[in-house]
Design a protein around this ligand. Sequence first.
Ligand code: FMN
Length: 199
Amino acid sequence: MLVNQTNAQIVLSTITTRRSTKSIAAPGPSADQLDLAFKAASHAPDHAALRVWRFVTISPPHVEVFAELAIAANLRAGQPVTDEKAASIRKWLKNVPLLIGLAYQMHHDHPKVNALEQSLSMGAAVMNLQNSLHAMGFGSFWSTGLGTYTDEVPEALGFDTLDYQFVGFLAVGTVQGELAPALKRPQPSEFVHAWVPNA
Ligand SMILES: Cc1cc2nc3c(=O)[nH]c(=O)nc-3n(C[C@H](O)[C@H](O)[C@H](O)COP(=O)(O)O)c2cc1C
């Protein structure tokens, strides 16, 4: 048994109280806190130990520079951003103390680990990251806006799109004001069933 009852309750309570929060501001996590969160990310399930996960951190004042790059990249890629949307992106990112770019290394034609499994491992790593940031008192929001699906944005962040799949950003910081009402979560009976063999 790896965890005792009390630890299990704490872990479960952390997981089940996490919710995405877009309204965040400084302070963000310290370097040590971020290191702990990335260590947790590296505990994602990982078939054949490919270590596909990659993260890039963007901190102020570079967040605002990046916002302009992302808006322009969207336009150049033929994905128009309305003035209203651009204003809302700028307003949001002006207060964000940490953006984490999320990518994974693609192992093309791997004999045992197909593309889906590599993608799932990255999703699990991001989940560990979000849960551990929440455990340390920070809010986070996973977004696939900001030019995620252009070539220009991942490449500007150091990810050659021939070798890396970019999967968005985590905005991280201290939750502002009241938390939004919790989303209603489905009951396990709505998405779990037990298989029984045919008689
Ligand atoms: C891969 C991925 C990409 C997402 N991209 C966006 C996005 O671009 N914009 C958005 O409003 N929500 C996006 N979401 C959803 C939010 O991050 C969040 O999960 C959702 O608001 C539900 O909140 P919850 O995490 O508390 O359940 C994305 C979620 C995932 C898993």
